[in-house]
Each structure stands twice: as C-alpha cells, then as structure tokens.
Design a protein around this ligand. Structure first.
Ligand code: PAF
Length: 290
C-alpha cells in the first residue's frame, strides 16, 4: 500500500487548506505537532499527546533554515522523510504537512516574529539566531495549519515557554501543551542530534542526564541552588562534556533567576543545562518543586 493511502501527505498550502476544510466540516478538533523530521519516540509521544487532546492530528516536517546559524548543521541535519511518514502512520497521525521553504518564506518576505527578552537568555545567549528562527517558523505554521491545539516537547523547555508567550501575545486561538521528555534507558533525553554522538560519547552522555537529576534531587532536598549548580558543573565535566554553556535554575514560566539560596517552598522552577559532547551540543532540563 502506498504511503498516501495510510496518511494524508500534504505538500502544498492548498492541499493543507483542503484537508483543513474537511476536518472542520467533519466537526473535528485539530491537533498539531511541528517537527523537523528525523523522528524518534520523543516525537511520537507528542503525536500521542496531541491525539489525547484532539480528533485529528497533523504533524509538519520541515527543516527550518532560519533557526540554524551559518556554522551549524542545516545541510547535514538528518532528512528521513519516508521513515518519518511510516512512523507517523504507526501512531495514528492523520496527516503530514511537508511544505517547501518558499511556501513558508515567500520571495522577498520582510516580516519577523520575535519574543523579546525570553529569546535572548540561556539558549538565546549561545544561539542568538535560534529563537527568532523558531518563532518565525512556528507563527507561520500556526497560520497555515490553524490547529486547535499544538504540542511541543519539554525537552526544548525554553522553546515551549517562548511559543506559549508568542501565542498569547498574538492572540492566537491555539492551546499550546508541553509533553514530558522521553528518555533512553540511561536517562539521556531523546533528540534527533543524538545520532551525531560516537559510541564512546553516547556511553558517557548518560552521565549528563544523571548530573542534572542529582542536582534536581539535591535542590528539592534543600541544598542551596549555587552549591547544586557547582556540583552539577563538576559532574558534567567529569562525564567528559565541555565547554558547559550553562547550568541554571529559573522560574518555570518566566525563566527569571531565582537567586542562589535554597529554593523557596511552593515555587515552580526548572533546572536547565547545555553542554558540548565533542561536536554535539546536548541540552536537558528537569522540573523542580519543594
Ligand atoms: O523543536 C523543533 O523540532 C523545532 O524547533 C520546531 C518547533 C519544529 C520549529 O522548527
């Protein structure tokens, strides 16, 4: 059976509009999972979550050039469309939107969407181009797909908060939901970029997740934030990663700093980190509450 018989493969904005109209006629609530392809179980869990909150799920597959800096991996980013479509079928995704760059960034376009402040801290300090690229593409995809609900992984926690803020600021009638990070058995957060790790780096990478988990446990038990961060930095370096871009404890929604003392009771916080393992940049985060 051809793939088109198992899932609606929508290659143009017009095909997407026709599909969308049919869903509305059928009274369906539309769930949306934007992706850059190279799908793994983490993405598939987002589709599952979108299914829990809607009647018909569409995923987009588009490697967005504007969120890569010139020295990053846009050209080598894994492109595995046939596999991706089969994986989407396996979790009951109804449609895949696979546009080309010109559909989303028409010739000569001059419009940009940018969330001030939140986009320039943490990841934004180290990848200044990144969140501007993400909000540009996600705002465009939201307009094209017009979903009722959209699901993003907590693995990219800052991205999730920025998209929530963008959606609220622009008054988009879309519910943005976060889905828990899916991990390998050694705790490493799943990511399309994990395939860049050599076998030796991959073995060590489990200790990156462990360092973060240990810091989270210590903070929740009352250890000072500054001491827990220092210990995590030591553990991450010992695991063979470096340079470490940041280990930070922030308010879970605003990502504002929370000081260096013990985490206050009742505050929802997040511990976030980014560090290099050889040529691969790993990020991770965990919730914190006392
Ligand atoms: O998280 C991702 O895969 C990307 O940043 C997204 C949201 C699909 C935008 O290109």
């Amino acid at each position: 059976m051809t793939i088109e018989k198992k899932i609606a493969v929508l290659k143009t904005p017009q095909a997407l509009r026709d599909w969308h109209l049919q869903q509305i006629r059928d009274g369906k609530r539309i769930g949306f999972v934007p992706t850059m392809g190279a799908l793994h179980d983490g993405h598939l869990s987002l589709v599952q979550k979108a299914k829990d909150h809607s009647d018909s799920v569409i995923a987009s597959i588009f490697v967005n050039p504007t969120q890569f800096a010139p020295d990053e991996d846009f050209d080598s980013y894994p492109r595995t469309l046939d596999d991706d479509l089969e994986k989407l079928v396996s979790v009951g995704c109804a449609a895949a939107y696979c546009p080309v760059a010109n559909d989303l960034y028409p010739e000569g376009n001059a419009t940009k969407v940018y969330v001030e402040e939140l986009s320039s801290i943490l990841e934004g300090e180290h990848r200044p181009h990144f969140f501007g690229g993400v909000t540009n593409i996600v705002s465009r995809l939201f307009i094209h797909v017009a979903p009722d609900v959209a699901v993003f992984g907590e693995k990219d926690y800052q991205q999730l908060q920025i998209i929530k803020r963008m959606t609220k600021d622009l008054g988009m009638p879309i519910e943005v939901i976060g889905a828990e990070t899916i991990r390998e058995t050694d705790g490493l957060a799943m990511s399309s970029r994990n395939q860049y790790l050599s076998p030796d780096e991959r073995k060590k990478a489990g200790n990156f997740a462990k360092a973060l988990r240990d810091a989270a446990t210590a903070i929740e038990a009352g250890k000072s934030i500054s001491k827990a961060i220092k210990q995590a930095e030591k553990d991450i370096a010992k695991a063979g990663l470096g340079p470490i871009n940041y280990v930070a404890v922030r308010d879970a929604e605003t990502l504002e700093e929370l000081g260096t003392d013990t985490l206050k009771q009742g505050v929802s916080a997040r511990i976030l980190t980014a560090a290099w393992m050889g040529k691969t940049r790993l990020i991770d985060n965990l919730p914190l509450k006392r």
